[in-house]
Design a protein around this ligand. Structure first.
Ligand code: PAF
Length: 305
């Protein structure tokens, strides 16, 4: 097995250090060696408190006898031309320390050539849901996400995998892939994790200047303004969120709205007038050149939409 146990300073106590695995072969061997159930937490690294919440749920689901495997891989396949693949934050040392604190048994951190020895000719087609919203703004994004997640599932063969609800469309597509391709992996999700100021935790928040971060707070504020109006129906919800975002379009730097939509939580399709039932209000915007997404779950109860 190609596994490395990172060194700890002599005499320094701390949580057990997870196995660091760099190769696909090593991962397959580690999978055979670690106690079941195995819960996988796929990440691109630059780990923050939102990832901690994923790992805590994973630890709980694995139980005292099971294992949490964290993958850290900045997946080139899900970045389009001109996106931030090169400058995406990478912080392996800190990430490993966080994984140790959260009780991971193994961390899979392959290089590009390990995951993609050759440019893949076969990739996962995310279907129509993968071509709207994030998929429309970022063509090929979900093909890349689903392809790497499927590969991680094949290599790790987890009983369960944990994802964050912030990436709501990604989560819906992963669930769809598991169903449609009979993958037999249980998918669990954690709620959107927010920093104390309300901004949804994201590895890309580090790109924001202080003023851009202030502007970006319009996203959670829009969702917070809309939420209490759920009983009044779809139109009220959208109008309340839109008012906050319209005002933020004049902020410095401005919030450049990409989309604000209310989707049916069961199908992820856009709701129409008169919709009642579970819904997700989704927002995506660029602030100071950084693309941000956020969402909130609502029960839409009104009929006068
Ligand atoms: O959500 C992410 O961090 C990534 O899209 C994922 C699921 C790890 C695939 O690269």
């Amino acid at each position: 097995m190609t596994a490395v146990h990172p060194a700890r300073a002599p005499g320094k106590a701390g949580p057990p250090i997870p196995m660091l695995i760099r190769t696909r072969k090593g991962l397959v061997a580690a999978r055979a060696a670690v106690p079941e159930p195995v819960v996988l937490v796929p990440t691109m690294g630059a780990l923050h408190d939102g990832h901690r919440s994923l790992m805590r749920l994973a630890r709980e689901l694995a139980g005292p006898g099971g294992s949490v495997v964290v993958s850290i891989f900045v997946n080139p396949l899900q970045f389009g031309p001109g996106e931030d693949f090169e400058r995406y934050p990478r912080s392996l040392e800190e990430d490993l320390a966080l994984c140790a604190e959260e009780g991971a048994s193994a961390v899979f951190n392959p290089g590009r050539a390990q995951m993609y020895p050759a440019e893949p000719m076969v990739t996962v087609n995310p279907g129509p849901l993968g071509r709207v919203l994030e998929g429309s703004s970022r063509p090929g994004f979900f093909d890349g996400v689903l392809t790497v997640v499927l590969k991680l599932f094949q290599l790790t063969r987890p009983d369960t995998a944990v994802f964050g609800a912030k990436d709501a469309q990604q989560l819906a597509l992963i669930r769809q892939m598991v169903t449609d391709l009979d993958l037999g992996v249980r998918i669990e999700a954690t709620p959107v994790f927010r920093d104390p100021d309300g901004l949804a935790a994201s590895s890309r928040n580090g790109y924001l200047s202080a003023s851009a971060r202030t502007s970006a707070l319009a996203l959670p504020e829009a969702l917070a303004a809309a939420s209490p109006l759920a009983a009044h129906g779809r139109a009220a919800v959208l109008a309340a969120a839109r008012a906050v975002l319209d005002a933020a379009a004049a902020a410095s730097p401005p919030v450049e709205l990409d989309y604000l939509v209310l989707v049916d939580a069961r199908t992820f399709t856009e709701t129409g007038p008169g919709y009642r039932g579970p819904a997700t209000l989704l927002v995506a915007a660029k602030v100071g050149g950084t693309r941000l997404i956020d969402n909130v779950s609502l029960e839409i109860g009104g009929s006068l939409t």
